[in-house]
Design a protein around this ligand. Sequence first.
Ligand code: DX5
Ligand code: ZN
Length: 216
Amino acid sequence: MAQINPSILSADFARLAEEAKAVEGADWLHVDVMDNHFVPNLTLGVPIVEAIGKATDIPLDCHLMIEDPDRWAPQYVEAGAGSVTFHAEAAAAPVRLAREIRAKGARASMALKPATPIEPYEDLLPELDMLLIMTVEPGFGGQAFLDIMLPKIRRTRELIGKHGLELWLQVDGGVSATTIERCAEAGADVFVAGSAVYGAQDPAAAVRELRAQADA
Ligand code: DX5
Ligand code: ZN
């Protein structure tokens, strides 16, 4: 079954505990960490991740859009994240980092910006629990879905099959009622949705509807 991870980037940051409760039934809560260096935007860090984790039973899917994830990612596991995603473009030693995240007890995940190809990372896939293919340039919610990423999603799904891996394939950026079916058809199985969930009248219903569409 498809997993739907609402992104709290589109939530009200002054009411994060309630906003987490508003998406009851979601598989993971997607938390976008931005440092104003790796991306031109600044969001939140370790103490807020820790506070959100205490406020909800939904496991946290932390997406680190930061420089030097080798240094910081383990701290997000300690803060309570169940899954930690670092960017391939930022990690100095991705294999070592993925192993460290797993050893600390979280799922290890790596993200690729739109211009980063999957092929150079084929041999790393067994080290990962999830691969994130960005379907917008990271940094902001509410951007238009990049259809040109669909072939990369398809190729990645093929590589996962070729190696017989359990790896989850996540898409993030512009995922909505109008784009989720294309992503699912291409092989994604974990869907981040910010504006499509928190911009809806009933965020929990939006999660259910997106999941039904992805599974259709
Ligand atoms: C963008 C973030 C996304 C963002 C998605 O850099 O990584 O998680 O919240 O927002 P939407 O779903 O509105 O494109
Ligand atoms: Zn994200």
